[in-house]
Design a protein around this ligand. Structure first.
Ligand SMILES: C[S@@+](CC[C@H](N)C(=O)[O-])C[C@H]1O[C@@H](n2cnc3c(N)ncnc32)[C@H](O)[C@@H]1O
Length: 420
C-alpha cells in the first residue's frame, strides 16, 4: 500500500500542501471585505455586525482543510454543545461569574460542582479552546460576556431547550428521512421530534405534558431574539404613521392584540420603546401559558386565555399582531387562524401584522435557513417566501399592504388588511 492511500498520511500531506501553497485568493478577498465592513461596524451601521459574522464564518470554511471541517462539525461543536449543557447543570458558568477577574481553577470548580476534578479540567479546556470561557493561566479560568450571559435564566433555558429538545430531533433526522424515503415531513404528530422523543404527541402538546420544558421553552422564547433589531425599532416599520395616526378610541380602546404572544415580552418591548402609544395592549395565549404571567405585567397589558383556532373575541382593535406563530403551523392551519381573526377586523381600520421570517429568493442567511430546519424537525412546519405569504393571506381573504425589512434582521413585518 502506498503512503498516499493511508488516510493519516494523506491528511499530513494535505496540511503540508496547504502550508506551502500561496495564500488562498478567496480568503484574501474575504479579509479585504471584513476590513471594509469593519468600518461600517465602527460607525454602528445597521446590518454590519451580522455581515461581519457571516464573513467570519465564510473565512473559516475557506481557510480550513476538509479534515478540519469534519473535526469542527463532527466533534468540536457537538462537544462544545454537550459541555455547555453540563456546565449549566453543574452551575460552572455561575461559579466563573462569581469569581470575576481573579479566575478559578478547574479543581476549585470541580469541588464546588461535586464532580471529578480530572473531568472538569477536560471540559474547561475545551470550553476555553472554543472561546466560551477564557483561560488566564494553566487551568485557571474566567467567564466571558457569553458564559456570564448563560447564567441568566432565559439564556440558560436556551441551552437546556436546544440540547434536550432540539438536539435529539436533529440527530434523528437522517434516520427518519431514510424511513420516509426522503419526503418532506407533513404530519404534525409524525416527524423527527416524535421519532427521537418516542412520542405520538404533536410537539406543542408534548410540551404541555412535560411542564418543566414548557416553562423552559417559554423563557427561552423571550430571549432568543434578544439584542437583535425588532419591528418596533426606529427605521423598521413606521408605527406612528401606520398605527398611532388614525387610532380611534371611538371604534375600540384596544390598540394591539398580541395573538400567541408568549408571556408578553413583545408587548413589554413595544411599551418600553414607544411609551406614548395610546390605548390598551392585550396578550392572548393558551391558559397554561397565561397562568404563568407575572402579576406586575398587568400594568403593561391585559392577558387573556384564547385559542387562536376559535373566533377572535376582541373586536375592532387597531392591530392584531402574530409573531412567529404561523411558522409553527401548516398552511391549512394558518388559514384557519387568519380566518378566525377576520370577523373581528374593522374594514379599512384594523390591521393584521405578521412578524415572520420571509425567506429571500437567493442568499438566505443561516439564521433564516436554520429556523426552517428547526420547524421542520419539530413538526412538518416551514418558513415561507414572500409569494408564499401573499398566497396564504389571499386564501384567508386578506391582502398585503406592506412588507418591511431591516438590515441584519431575519424577521420582516407584513402589514395586511381585509381584502375588498
Ligand atoms: C413560537 S411561539 C411565539 C411566541 C411569541 N409570539 C414570540 O414570537 O416570541 C408560539 C406561541 O403560540 C402559542 N400558541 C400555541 N398554540 C396556541 C393556540 N391554539 N392558541 C393561542 N396560542 C397558542 C404558544 O403558547 C406560544 O406562546
Amino acid at each position: 500500500m502506498s503512503s498516499y492511500s493511508n488516510p493519516a498520511a494523506s491528511d499530513i500531506l494535505s496540511r503540508i500542501l496547504a502550508m506551502e501553497s500561496p495564500p488562498n485568493p478567496e480568503a484574501t478577498t474575504i479579509l479585504a471585505r471584513i476590513s471594509a465592513v469593519a468600518q461600517a461596524y465602527e460607525k454602528r451601521e445597521p446590518g454590519a455586525r451580522e455581515t461581519l459574522i457571516d464573513l467570519s464564518q465564510t473565512l473559516i470554511t475557506t481557510l480550513e482543510l476538509p479534515s478540519e471541517a469534519i473535526q469542527r462539525i463532527g466533534w468540536a461543536e457537538p462537544a462544545r454543545a454537550a459541555h455547555c449543557r453540563i456546565a449549566v447543570e453543574l452551575k460552572l458558568f455561575e461559579y466563573l461569574k462569581e469569581t470575576g477577574k481573579n479566575g478559578i481553577s478547574s479543581s476549585a470548580l470541580a469541588k464546588k460542582a461535586g464532580a471529578e476534578e480530572a473531568l472538569v479540567a477536560r471540559i474547561m479546556k475545551h470550553l476555553a479552546a472554543m472561546h466560551i470561557v477564557s483561560e488566564t493561566a494553566a487551568d485557571v479560568y474566567i467567564g466571558t460576556p457569553c458564559s456570564n450571559a448563560f447564567t441568566e435564566p432565559e439564556y440558560r433555558d436556551g441551552i437546556i431547550y436546544t440540547y434536550d429538545v432540539l438536539g435529539p430531533s436533529f440527530n434523528a433526522l437522517p434516520e427518519y428521512l431514510r424511513c420516509t424515503q426522503y419526503r418532506n415531513p407533513h404530519e404534525l404528530a409524525d416527524g423527527p421530534f416524535q421519532h427521537s422523543h418516542k412520542t405520538k404527541l404533536p410537539y406543542l402538546t408534548w410540551l404541555d405534558q412535560n411542564s418543566p420544558y414548557l416553562s423552559i421553552y417559554n423563557r427561552y422564547m423571550s430571549a432568543y431574539r434578544s439584542g437583535k433589531p425588532t419591528w418596533c425599532d426606529p427605521g423598521f416599520y413606521p408605527i406612528s404613521e401606520r398605527l398611532v395616526a388614525g387610532f380611534d378610541v371611538g371604534i375600540s380602546d384596544v390598540f394591539l392584540v398580541d395573538v400567541g404572544g408568549g408571556r408578553g415580552h413583545d408587548l413589554e418591548e413595544l411599551r418600553e420603546k414607544h411609551p406614548l402609544i395610546p390605548g390598551k395592549f392585550i396578550l392572548q395565549n393558551r391558559q397554561d401559558v397565561v397562568s404563568t404571567i407575572p402579576a406586575d405585567s398587568k400594568t403593561i397589558f391585559q392577558s387573556m386565555s384564547h385559542d387562536f383556532f376559535t373566533p377572535q373575541p376582541v373586536k375592532h382593535a387597531r392591530a392584531y399582531y402574530l409573531h412567529s406563530v404561523l411558522h409553527d403551523l401548516a398552511d391549512d392551519d394558518c388559514v384557519r387562524v387568519l380566518t378566525n381573526l377576520k370577523p373581528a377586523l374593522k374594514h379599512g381600520y384594523s390591521k393584521v401584522l405578521l412578524n415572520e421570517i420571509v425567506v429571500l429568493e437567493t442568499h438566505a442567511s443561516f439564521s433564516v435557513t436554520s429556523m426552517d430546519h428547526l420547524v421542520l424537525v419539530l413538526g412538518a412546519m416551514r418558513v415561507r417566501t414572500e409569494s408564499q405569504w401573499r398566497d396564504l393571506l389571499q386564501q384567508a381573504g386578506l391582502r398585503v399592504v406592506s412588507l418591511s425589512t431591516y438590515p441584519g434582521a431575519a424577521e420582516s413585518l407584513i402589514e395586511a388588511e381585509l381584502a375588498g
